[in-house]
Design a protein around this ligand. Structure first.
Ligand code: MN
Length: 290
């Protein structure tokens, strides 16, 4: 059985633009090796927004060298990017945006949701690309709730929505550049479930709602992430309440990580190049809004 390596939480929240009250659960700044191929996880909300006439969110900004994966649990996120991608990400939907060689995008609350207000909860996960894939053209996958297959856990313990990779033969729709599994797991209070993940890969559970007891005894509460040891394949969890967790699992990318702001590359020179390319419009531009 896999053992717990450590638990991460962050009680400090900060605003990204004026739309996203975010707790940064981990970042490559201090966990680059331990959490590879994942770079960062920002947990936005849960927050109840009042109805609002203006646009809330974050305006045009670039990314290069990785992918941003936005998983919406409540509320709506509206997106546009310079490669032509765009759309509204609704509850249950996942936006898998490949920045790779570079793009410019904006992220706002969906305009209908903003007008009506209500609960907002979202995860943005950054997934690294290997050096060879950082040069790939940018891409955009708008994966809707109905495209994400659900697998039942044994004994009515709950369900697994397979966003990427595979759970017991159920395959997720996301195109990925390196081997990984991303599962949105729902467990019924009191249920115990066993999972299996490749030995040597990063494996972490981020609990959004409820809480779990790991097979090794430790409790992981809401807004906490448990990183498991890479040895062994199996691990077990028991739900202390009706529970939602995101399971992050991937083969580490064994390359140097050098990042600054919205760029994550392998060398300092590539960061300088990214800043120069962005300043000179070589990552594209967004058309004026409206
Ligand atoms: Mn962004």
């Amino acid at each position: 059985m896999k053992k717990l390596a450590f638990i991460r939480r962050n009680n400090e929240s900060h605003w990204v633009g004026d739309g996203f009250p975010v707790r940064s659960i981990f970042s490559y700044n201090d966990l680059g090796k331990e959490i590879s191929p994942f770079l960062l996880l920002d947990y936005a909300g849960p927050e109840n927004f009042p109805p609002w006439e203006q646009r809330r969110g974050v305006g045009a900004h670039p990314h290069r060298g990785f992918e941003t994966v936005t998983i919406v649990y409540s509320g709506e996120v509206e997106h546009r990017d310079s490669s032509g991608g765009g759309g509204i990400v609704r509850p249950g939907d996942v936006q898998w945006m490949t920045a790779a060689s570079g793009l410019v995008h904006e992220e706002f609350h969906g305009s209908e949701y903003a007008k009506r207000g209500g609960p907002f909860e979202m995860i943005q996960l950054w997934v690294n690309l290997a050096a060879k894939d950082k040069k790939a053209p940018p891409g955009y996958q708008n994966i809707t709730d109905d495209q994400i297959p659900r697998a039942d856990l044994p004994s009515g313990a709950g369900t697994v929505r397979v966003i990427a990779g595979n759970y017991q033969g159920t395959r997720g729709p996301a195109h990925v550049f390196s081997p990984m599994n991303l599962w949105d797991v729902r467990l019924t209070a009191g249920a115990r479930a066993e999972f299996s993940a490749p030995e040597g890969w990063t494996a972490a559970l981020f609990v959004l709602k409820g809480g779990v007891r790991l097979g090794s005894g430790e409790i992981v509460a809401a807004a906490e992430m448990a990183v498991l040891e890479r040895g062994d394949e199996k691990f077990a969890v028991t739900a202390l309440d009706d529970t939602t967790f995101l399971f992050l699992n991937g083969q580490p990318i064994e390359e140097p990580i050098v990042g600054q702001g919205p760029f994550v590359m392998n060398t300092r020179a590539e960061i300088e190049q990214a800043m120069d390319d962005y300043r000179n419009g070589r990552m594209g531009r967004l058309a004026a809004h409206g």
